[in-house]
Design a protein around this ligand. Structure first.
Ligand code: CTP
Ligand code: CA
Length: 225
């Protein structure tokens, strides 16, 4: 029996995960989005559920599928919807992992009708979206909070600033520098930085393997052997 238990090291733990892009409406038929596939967040969610965790996955539009029927999948479209869905469950979770590529800006005004082609140039005014992770960080109680960072310069310094700004316990820095890492790829090269600024550079590996590494950090946090 002890053997069976050890295969579900996250049994009883509640984990909130965000995944995918967000789409920010311009008019009824157009939006601003990004190329996030959602795979990283879905891989983490599926593995966490397989390890026994009770998972709420809040995802923007993706083609990914959950493979564990016990995952509570909440499908959202915009950053605002993702913000609200996360706050609804946050108080009750033990771990939050923010793998979504949330839009930083959205159109300030959404046209009610499809915008017609007219002038030769066209400007869309944007306003900042809410920072979901920073907001959750500011109201953190006992949650173990993990964020991602994508940087193209001063990677480590910028990632450390994000740890502080968002009150994170751990950040997963995605390196774009190496061949084969990043959006739309099957592999990632990540560096873990914890809140004490301990740095651990990982090998280039599949997103599934990165997901497993992240969950090892979660298991270690709870001191589960
Ligand atoms: N994030 C979020 N809500 C936002 C923007 C980002 O929850 N509105 C989360 C992402 O899911 C990720 C982390 O914050 O876990 C860092 O995202 P990133 O885009 O790297 O950082 P930003 O804070 O948006 O700063 P910048 O894009 O300027 O580097
Ligand atoms: Ca951003």
């Amino acid at each position: 029996e002890a053997d069976l238990e050890s295969k579900l090291p996250l049994k009883g733990k509640k984990i909130l995960i965000t995944a995918g892009p967000t789409y920010e409406a311009i008019d009824p038929v157009r939006f601003i989005g990004n190329h996030s596939s959602g795979k990283m967040g879905f891989d983490i969610a599926n593995s966490a559920a397989n390890l026994g965790a009770s998972v709420t996955l809040v995802s923007g539009p993706t083609h990914c599928k959950v493979s564990n029927p016990l995952i509570n999948l909440i499908e959202v479209v915009s950053a605002e919807e993702m913000f609200n869905a996360c706050h609804d469950v946050y108080d009750d979770v033990d771990v939050m992992i923010a793998a979504a590529a949330v839009a930083d800006y959205r159109p300030k005004y959404v046209a009610e009708q499809k915008i017609k082609k007219a002038a030769d140039s066209f400007v869309i005014e944007l306003e900042k979206t809410k920072d979901i992770l920073a907001s959750l960080g500011s109201q953190k109680k006992n949650q173990f909070l993990i964020g991602f960072a994508l940087e193209t310069e001063n990677e480590i310094e910028n990632a450390k600033l994000k740890i502080q700004k968002k009150n994170l316990d751990l950040i997963v820095l995605n390196s774009l520098q190496d061949e084969g890492a990043g959006f739309g790829k099957e592999t990632n090269k990540v560096t873990f930085i914890d809140k004490s600024f301990r740095i651990e550079a990982m090998e280039l590996k599949s997103k599934q393997a990165v997901a497993d590494d992240i969950l090892k950090k979660v298991i270690a946090h709870f001191g589960i052997k």
